[in-house]
Design a protein around this ligand. Structure first.
Ligand SMILES: [Fe+2]
Ligand SMILES: [Fe+2]
Length: 141
């Protein structure tokens, strides 16, 4: 059995990143498919939990973002932008959940816009991480 297939092995930060992004993508697709506010509350609850874990994972010391900057310190500014996005997303998610109590249509519009922006953010991260992993491979030649 190769190391990558050993179920007892702890996944690397990059592997966890990949798994979490896949879960988030599936949830964002569910949110974007919602055509009314019915059923939105549990999706947004799930999103809050998932994002909290995911942002913590990315921002952790020695985590994905640190790895990206370590591979090339020139990426520091872009990583800082991603961290600012995280704060913005958490605020907007809170506002969308609060809006469910007053206007379902507003909550739905906010959730759709948020899902689209998170999806763009994740794509930027994937690109940065791929670049960093590539740099690392080159460095270890
Ligand atoms: Fe992120
Ligand atoms: Fe991410």
């Amino acid at each position: 059995m190769s190391a990558a297939n050993d179920p007892t092995r702890t996944p690397s930060p990059a592997e966890r990143q990949h798994q979490q992004h896949a879960s988030i993508r599936a949830l964002l697709a569910d949110v974007q498919r919602a055509s009314g506010p019915e059923g939105l509350a549990p999706l947004l609850d799930e999103m809050a939990l998932m994002l909290q874990e995911h942002f913590g994972h990315e921002e952790a010391e020695g985590g994905v973002f640190d790895g990206i900057v370590e591979a090339d310190p020139m990426r520091q500014g872009r990583v800082e932008e991603l961290v600012r996005d995280h704060r913005d997303f958490v605020d907007r998610l809170d506002r969308a959940r609060a809006a469910l109590g007053t206007s379902g249509a507003d909550a739905l519009a906010m959730a759709h816009a948020l899902a689209a922006d998170i999806s763009t953010h994740e794509a930027v991260e994937n690109e940065l991480l791929a670049d960093a992993l590539y740099d690392e491979m080159q460095g270890h030649d």
